[in-house]
Design a protein around this ligand. Structure first.
Ligand SMILES: [Zn+2]
Ligand SMILES: [Zn+2]
Length: 265
């Protein structure tokens, strides 16, 4: 069980199954020290673009809905966890790394200073990220590190093998964490061999790692059954894990928030 889970989704992401309070209550019952609610960025809503391109080959089922900027505004400025909940709530977002254009991630800029944690991930969906060559995917991921991302979500997916040396070195240099995502391994979206390679490189280059369930339902909250064996196999140093305790999680959040405010706001 993760002490602090830095990546979970609520009903606001439309394809996840529980409310924010159900997640918090479950985290509290499990005795977790912290949980980040990181619903998908507003760019996930690709339904408008698909509707505007009736001749495209994309099927209606590829329309993805996500919460809009107003959801994040209320979440950040007005929502508070119930008083009886001991688990610390981190208010986050999982931004989309956008495949092209000057905007690198769909982080609402007017709210950038208010998030505790900003994850940025490649989601290969129509009109969000059309996968091209490995080099251009890696370039966009590295640009995201300077565009407000604190963590790169599920960085090594089996459908887009990337230059791991390049990405791990850039993350280490910029103080951005790479994510060790339990769902990616459980759902076989990432290869164990690739994740072990990431951990080996991270260890040698001093790159930080974030532990995450990427829960889409409360039964997945805090899950780490697929990532723990890889951490032990790599003999991964605790000091490089940003959310091994509430103290380390808060330290990372405070450091990155200052950097994000200087860069984005
Ligand atoms: Zn994701
Ligand atoms: Zn996610």
């Amino acid at each position: 069980m993760l002490k602090v889970d830095f990546h979970t989704h609520s009903l606001a992401s439309h394809h996840a199954l529980n409310s924010i309070e159900e997640i918090l209550q479950q985290a509290d019952q499990l005795g977790m020290a912290g949980v980040a609610i990181t619903d998908h960025g507003p760019g996930t809503d690709n339904s408008v673009q698909i509707a505007q391109n009736p001749n495209s080959a994309y099927h209606w089922s590829e329309r993805i809905k996500g919460p809009d900027t107003h959801f994040f505004k209320v979440f950040l400025s007005r929502y508070e966890a119930p008083r009886n909940i001991q688990t610390k709530l981190f208010k986050g977002i999982e931004c989309n790394i956008l495949g092209s254009g000057d905007e690198i991630i769909d982080l609402p800029k007017n709210l950038a200073a208010d998030f505790d944690i900003v994850i940025a991930s490649v989601h290969p969906l129509p009109y969000i990220f059309e996968l091209q060559d490995q080099k251009s995917v890696a370039d966009r991921i590295i640009l995201a590190m300077d565009a407000g991302a604190d963590v790169i979500g599920h960085p090594f997916h089996k459908t887009f093998e990337l230059d791991q040396e390049l990405i791990v070195a850039a993350a280490a240099d910029k103080g951005v964490a790479l994510e060790l995502n339990n769902s990616s391994l459980r759902l076989k979206k990432a290869l164990e061999s690739s994740i072990l390679k990431m951990l080996g490189l991270a260890k040698s280059k001093g790159c930080k790692i974030s532990l995450a369930s990427d829960a889409h339902a409360t039964n997945e909250l805090g899950s780490d059954e697929c990532i723990r064996p890889l951490l032990s196999q790599s003999d991964f140093p605790e000091e490089l894990i940003i959310n091994n305790s509430l103290e380390s999680a808060c330290r990372f959040v405070n450091q990155r928030k200052k950097i994000r405010i200087e860069r984005v706001v």
